[in-house]
Design a protein around this ligand. Structure first.
Ligand SMILES: O=P(O)(O)OC[C@H]1O[C@H](OP(=O)(O)OP(=O)(O)O)[C@H](O)[C@@H]1O
Ligand SMILES: O=c1cc[nH]c(=O)[nH]1
Ligand SMILES: [Mg+2]
Length: 209
């Protein structure tokens, strides 16, 4: 069973408080989403496996820890998920990066796929899917189903803001996936936007509206 974890770190909460504000510029929004992703990566990687290895320091032999689990990959859901990639890579620089292109049809709220390029060995990797917004959950569900079709087994989903509706739908569709949430909001409005939310994350990151 996957974990559902809402971040409590004060720096994450403070930064989310800034990106919610209407007056926050695209530049600041983009920088802060990157910083939030970096802190979230720190929390989401706590469970990575370690093993003991013996090494030589300039003084003596000693035993140190090294990562022993699967190699890692970060897979943003385009576009808005791209805003979290650099922050993730700051913490896990050896991770490979795949891309899944989905947009949500504004009428049906269903995800429409337009791109998928994953690392060739993605099925051997532990994958962190990133998207700032988990609203109905349709986009995250579809992206994770695409990864599972390629044989990926260890999947984590990371979002900055989630609606309870999306968390419920995603954990039902993919109960094995860990879900890391920056802040859990109240509900979705009639247009499928998260309330209080922050508006359209992709438009705010890339300045398209
Ligand atoms: O949980 P859901 O109801 O599927 O909604 C969330 C999705 O909607 C947004 O993407 P959008 O369609 O705006 O695409 P964009 O990132 O290109 O702006 C967001 O970044 C998620 O991918
Ligand atoms: O509130 C929302 C919901 C979906 N996508 C966004 O970017 N924001
Ligand atoms: Mg958008």
């Amino acid at each position: 069973m996957g974990k559902i974890m809402v971040m409590e770190h004060p720096l994450i909460q403070h930064k989310i408080g800034i990106i919610r504000r209407t007056e926050t510029s695209s530049k600041e929004f983009r920088e802060l989403v990157g910083e939030i992703a970096m802190f979230m990566a720190y929390e989401a990687t706590r469970g990575l496996k370690l093993r003991d290895i013996e090494i030589d320091t300039p003084i003596t032999k000693t035993t140190v820890k090294e990562l022993a689990g699967k190699k890692l990959a970060v897979v943003p859901i385009l576009r808005a998920g791209l805003g979290m990639v650099e922050g993730m890579l700051t913490m896990i620089p050896a991770a490979k990066v795949g891309h899944i292109g989905l947009y949500r049809d504004p009428e049906t709220l269903k995800p429409v796929e337009y791109y998928c390029k994953l690392p060739a060995d993605c099925e051997e990797r532990e994958v962190f899917v990133t998207d700032p917004m988990l609203a109905t959950g349709g986009s995250a569900e579809a992206a994770i189903a695409m990864l599972k079709e390629k044989g990926v087994k260890n999947i984590h989903f990371m979002c900055v803001i989630a609606a309870p509706e999306g968390v419920k739908a995603l954990s039902k569709a993919h109960p094995d996936v860990d879900i890391y949430i920056g802040a859990l909001d109240e509900h979705l409005n009639d247009h499928g936007y998260i309330v209080p939310g922050l508006g359209d994350a992709g438009d705010r990151i890339f300045g398209t509206k």
